[in-house]
Design a protein around this ligand. Structure first.
Ligand code: PNS
Length: 164
């Protein structure tokens, strides 16, 4: 039984994340989507909001797959060990992602050689999609239809209407 951790900020969840998840469910028996709580970045959505959104979208989508949506803080490899995971899944879009991802993967390997990082490429039409750009577009009143699930689109509208 192979358990994979799919970690990230998910601020917010995009179709790019869902694409990588789609590929992961074909490869692994159990997937833990792990949302980072103590990121150095200031998130737009609170951890509870991100947890709620990811759960609401992912759970009905894969009724027959063992998927857990959880939060984590501290080192990813420590969390992965606690979850008995053998694999860390990361999506790679463009060459620009590669350097940072390679650094992280090699550092994680140094910390925990028994855990393997697996990189996956999303569909080409999501290769330029990022949560950062989605927030920027929505923040300026642009449309993010087709880039994020409807629930996220609505939450972005609410967020920028009533910033907390
Ligand atoms: O979606 P993101 O923001 O690109 O995800 C980055 C994430 C959560 C994978 C990364 O920041 C992380 O693993 N943070 C936990 C702290 C950690 O283990 N850092 C050492 C990495 S070598």
């Amino acid at each position: 039984m192979t358990t994979a951790i799919y970690p990230g900020s998910f601020d917010p969840l995009t179709f790019g994340h869902i694409d990588i998840l789609e590929r992961s469910v074909r490869l692994f028996d159990r997937i833990v989507i792990a949302i980072l709580t103590n990121s150095q970045k200031t998130p737009l959505f609170t951890i509870d909001e991100r947890l709620e959104i990811v759960r609401a979208i992912v759970t009905p989508r894969y009724p027959n797959v063992e998927i857990e949506v959880d939060v984590f803080h501290g080192l990813l490899v420590d969390y992965a060990k606690r979850k008995n995971a053998q694999v860390i899944v990361r999506g790679i879009r463009a060459v620009t992602d590669y350097e940072y991802e390679l650094q992280m993967a090699l550092m994680n390997r140094r910390l925990a050689p028994e855990i393997e990082t697996v990189f996956m490429m999303p569909a080409e039409n999501y290769s330029y999609l990022s949560s950062h750009l989605v927030k920027e577009i929505a923040g300026h009143g642009g449309t993010v239809t087709g880039l994020v699930p409807e629930m996220v689109e609505q939450r972005l509208k609410d967020k920028f209407k009533n910033p907390s």
